[in-house]
Design a protein around this ligand. Structure first.
Ligand code: 13P
Ligand code: SF4
Length: 370
């Protein structure tokens, strides 16, 4: 179904949305969880080498032996301190291999992380990902401490729209339900009917049983959904600054160089890119596609670290890596995760009234039957 329209702040008379990442109030969380811990030793010793040898086995295809002595002391310290703190580490598929394979307790795409966040038993959740992901964990766990190692880890999609913009869209299209990609702030989630991720966007849109929906904020994901359903889609002019950089020409060049190469792409890419891809899916769907098909050579059209994470697991699949990095995801490092555990920072705080409203739209998505 062709798209029914695409809007941005200027079309609604609203102001351009900017979501500065929220600085963390430090004192309250530290009171809540008692004492601060001393920074552990970060020396590379034979003991550190022994204690982390099994973890190096997981990443030896993608992390050189020269780099490991710089990472291993942090990894050992993080894994010990998270037990002492009763903390769990959730990591998105775009986190670097030393985080994804060596310190994460749960790793996955946005949907998997949101679902897993509902099952967490620990007192503290450390979100290795971007701010909207940490907010989603907090929305689903209002009584737990949710920390993000760097609260400046934003997202161009989440920054493209505010709750006020959603209210203006509702005025323009009365009675049309609003679906928000989880790549939005809690303020936006509080104003919409239901959330979705790239794993379930078509299913969520169709679950509403209406002829037209407003789908925000990613115009390219909206176009992809429109191509898969008869429901009319009114979109927002947001875009992912990482995926919008890929071009159809780039993909054609890969195919010219090797006609047998497999190309798989994330639906945040522009339509000319998706038209050239052999498969389109969320980060988790892309990983499963590579696991199941086991291609000889594959180009992953998404954030660069994901190819490293899959390469670590599947050394015999040749990854072609067009390396577009998400600068926000890359703000999360081992050193900042350790700081998070030692100093309990940076805490994600959401106004309880907004969190309660946002929870309804996230839970409505999670509770959808498959
Ligand atoms: P996934 O839901 O596919 O993990 O994507 C999240 C994201 O931010 C992609 O850029
Ligand atoms: Fe946001 Fe794009 Fe980064 Fe994903 S890759 S977090 S959509 S900026």
């Amino acid at each position: 179904m062709p798209m029914a329209g695409i809007y941005g702040p200027k079309d609604l008379g609203g102001s351009l949305a900017v979501h500065p990442a929220q600085p963390a109030p430090q004192s309250r969380q530290q009171q809540a969880h008692g004492r601060e811990f001393a920074m552990p030793s970060l020396e590379w010793t034979p003991e550190v080498e022994r204690a982390t040898a099994h973890l190096y086995e997981r990443v030896k295809n993608v992390i050189s032996p020269v780099e490991w002595p710089l990472m291993a002391p942090y990894i050992k310290a993080i894994n010990e301190l998270k037990v002492t703190r009763n903390a769990v580490i959730l990591a998105h598929n775009y986190q670097t291999p030393e985080i994804f394979h060596c310190v994460a307790d749960i790793a996955g795409d946005s949907l998997q992380l949101a679902i897993e966040a509902t099952k967490v038993k620990s007192d503290i959740i450390i979100q290795c990902g971007v701010h909207f992901m940490a907010e989603t964990s907090k929305i689903l766990n209002p009584n737990k401490t949710v920390l993000i190692p760097d609260s400046r880890a934003g997202c161009s999609l989440a920054a493209s729209i505010t709750g006020a913009d959603v209210r203006l869209l509702r005025e323009r299209f009365p009675g049309v339900p609003v679906v928000a990609y989880v790549n939005t702030s809690a303020d936006v989630k509080a104003e919409v009917d239901i959330c979705c991720t790239s794993s379930n966007a078509v299913q969520v849109v169709e679950s509403l049983n209406v002829p037209t929906v407003i789908f925000l904020p990613d115009q390219y994901l909206a176009r992809y959904v429109a191509s898969q359903t008869k429901v009319k889609i009114i979109a927002w002019k947001g875009a992912c600054e990482v995926h919008e950089r890929f071009t159809g020409d780039e993909l054609r060049a890969y195919r010219e160089a090797d006609p047998s190469v497999q190309i798989i792409a994330h639906p945040e890419c522009p339509p000319d890119v998706l038209a050239e891809a052999d498969f389109t899916g969320s980060t988790a769907h892309m990983i499963n596609w590579v696991r199941n098909k086991h291609p000889k050579r594959v180009v992953m059209i998404t954030e660069c670290s994901m190819a490293d994470n899959v390469q670590a697991e599947l050394p015999d699949v040749e990854m072609v890596r067009p390396c577009n990095l998400c600068p926000h995801m890359k703000r999360i490092t081992l050193a900042k995760i350790l700081d998070s555990l030692v100093y309990l920072r940076e805490e994600v705080v959401i106004d309880p009234v907004i969190a309660e409203k946002a929870r309804r739209s996230v839970e409505r998505m999670i509770n959808l039957k498959n």
